[in-house]
Design a protein around this ligand. Structure first.
Ligand code: FAD
Ligand code: DLZ
Ligand code: SF4
Length: 516
């Protein structure tokens, strides 16, 4: 290696884009790149083993590509003897050994890392240039400007601005089709469909197999196993996954977006969040390709608009909320919920078929689709009063696409309403009737979804009413909950008692770690 470098460019594990801002202007003849696998990142929560394999293997492949472009890459593997175990210490070691004139890095996705980064310049006595992450449409500053002075920060209005900004599905200043949102057409249940194509699998190559062995050896106490790993770990393979989605699944994306089916954990979802979040796919490019499919008559507007909204709307909005309200946001607990997570969150062993199915799939795949996360595990956690911080940690651990900037607002805000309605206008709380309508889980469940409070009744039914009842001081004034509260008030006192008692009995079993 050369003695003195101009810039040391530090690339983090979720910054695997050749167009990342830290690489702008990089010169293979004068700059050195640092990438490191570190204990602190692999264990600050106990990430699912498939998630760690994905990140480390994608990092190793990215480093190879950079070397192919002629860069010096200082790549520190997890089991390198001299590995000091953290971003800060590895950077310190690299600075000492390579003596660059300055460090360049792209802003990180997590507050925790950003705090550490802000101290580097003083600690190393070297200029540290932290560049904006241009992979997002809306910078942190732009979001702050958008949020300023607004009484409510609703995603729908933010989304319209992003449509205007990108010109996606726009005719001049009007939305294509005359409406911004076609969700009313997207709430259908699904039926098993033998002709639905399969999502692409990417068999592990030698590099990935080496990482799989490393991770199974070192992280035996983390969820899941490396076996069965089939994610893409390079940009070309991620592009193939995106092509496959647009051709085979996008046309039906809208219709089955809210559906859940035992025989098909993936339905028409894209399975692209991992690649987008790591930097292997460019979010705007994917949206433009989806828009093209609509313009060429290959996918209907309800599907394409729905897909684009998830990315330029929800994804960008979640990031904006995260940075705007951190660090306080992580500690929000509107309902003062404090119950520990039951053990079935880690092994899927419960008689509630919806939960055992979704958690089982999560253990297997490090993936569950949106409605499973929101209306099964999230809904249960909300109704049962689980500690939102513990719930957040669980989501951050178990999903391969989980990075705090996107996971935290989805959990604390959207799913647990722990921010008291800053993000959503009402809690996503539902009884068994919703789950029965949108899935086939109830058909083979130990519990009976039609029973309200009797022996064998679906626990979601009593938990739902008990949740509304015990939180009525905080929620009864919410206009969007007027109907369920009116129904609750119309019930007889006997019914109230029966719901409260069934919920209490169930929650006591949870607290006593009895099987449920
Ligand atoms: P699709 O259904 O195919 O959607 C297309 C794309 O839209 C996704 O790839 C994703 O990039 C984006 N998207 C969709 N919904 C959201 C959303 N609510 N927020 C941000 N982006 C969205 N998403 C993550 O990327 N990481 C997380 O850690 C994460 N945690 C979540 C936790 C909870 C409790 C909930 C309710 C949602 C969470 N989401 C998270 C959002 C969403 O569930 C996932 O993005 C989605 O399931 C990923 O699968 P997919 O690629 O098949 O998505
Ligand atoms: C999530 C993760 C894991 C498990 N391991 C690493 C790693 O070893 N090296 C690395 O550079 N990044 C890793 N990451 C992703 C980081 O946690 C992520 O880049 C920061 O949290 C900033 O978003
Ligand atoms: Fe879940 Fe209740 Fe349906 Fe069983 S009956 S699958 S617990 S909603």
């Amino acid at each position: 290696m050369k003695q003195r470098y101009r810039n040391l460019i530090f690339i983090l594990g979720d910054q695997l884009s050749h167009s990342i801002s830290s690489l702008e202007g990089a010169d293979p003849g004068r700059d050195i790149i640092l990438m490191c696998e570190v204990h602190e990142e692999t264990t600050y929560v106990r990430h699912h083993r498939k998630k760690i394999v994905l990140i480390l293997s994608a990092m190793r492949h990215f480093a190879q590509e950079l070397r192919g472009k002629g860069f010096d890459v200082r790549y520190i593997e997890l089991d390198d003897e001299a590995n000091s175990g953290s971003f800060t210490n590895e950077l310190k070691r690299a600075v000492k050994e390579t003596k660059p004139e300055r460090v360049i890095v792209t802003e990180p996705g997590e507050f925790r890392v950003s705090q550490a980064m802000s101290e580097w310049e003083t600690s190393f006595n070297l200029p540290v240039e932290i560049r904006l992450d241009s992979r997002f449409l809306c910078s942190r500053e732009e979001f702050a400007n958008w949020a300023e002075g607004r009484r409510e920060l609703r995603m729908e209005f933010f989304y319209r601005d992003m449509r205007r900004k990108t010109g996606l599905l726009m005719e001049g200043d009007k939305p294509v089709g005359g409406r911004w949102n076609f969700d009313a057409e997207n709430r259908k249940p699904a039926k098993p469909d033998l002709f639905r194509p399969s999502h692409l699998h990417f068999p592990p190559d030698g590099v990935t197999r080496q990482v799989m062995t490393l991770i199974d050896g070192r992280f035996a106490d983390h969820m899941g196993e490396a076996k069965g790993f089939a994610f893409a770990v390079t940009q070309p393979d991620a592009e193939r996954a995106a092509d496959g989605f647009i051709e085979h699944f996008l046309p039906n994306f809208g219709e089955t977006q809210d559906a859940m089916l035992t025989s098909d954990p993936f339905l028409n979802h894209s399975l692209l969040s991992f690649y987008i979040n790591l930097g292997l796919l460019d979010p705007l490019d994917i949206c433009r390709r989806a828009e093209r499919a609509y313009l060429e008559g290959e996918a209907p507007l309800n599907a394409v608009e729905g897909f684009i909204r998830q990315i330029i709307g929800w994804r960008e909005y979640m990031r904006g909320i995260y940075w705007h309200f951190m660090p306080d946001y992580a500690a929000r607990n509107f309902f003062d919920a404090s119950r520990s997570l039951p053990s079935f969150f880690w092994d899927g062993k419960t008689k509630m078929n919806c939960l055992s199915t979704v958690i089982g799939e999560t253990i297997q795949n490090a993936y569950a689709h949106h409605i499973q996360r929101l209306m099964i595990t999230g809904n249960f956690a909300l109704l049962a009063g689980l500690d939102p911080h513990a719930v957040h940690q669980w989501y951050l651990e178990v999903y391969a696409d989980a990075f705090e900037w996107v996971e935290l607002p989805n959990v604390i805000g959207m799913s647990q309403f722990a921010d008291g309605g800053l993000l959503g206008s009402k809690p996503y709380a539902a009884s068994g009737a919703y789950i029965s309508r949108m899935s086939d889980y109830c058909e083979t469940c130990h519990y009976d979804v039609r029973k309200k409070t009797e022996e064998g009744a679906c626990p979601f039914n009593s938990l739902y009413w008990d949740f509304l009842d015990r939180n009525s001081e905080k929620l009864a004034g919410n206009r969007r909950l007027a109907q369920p509260y009116a129904t609750w008030r119309r019930m007889k006192g006997e019914q109230h008692k029966a719901y409260r008692s069934a919920a209490r009995t169930f929650l006591k079993k949870l607290d006593d770690a009895e099987p449920v």
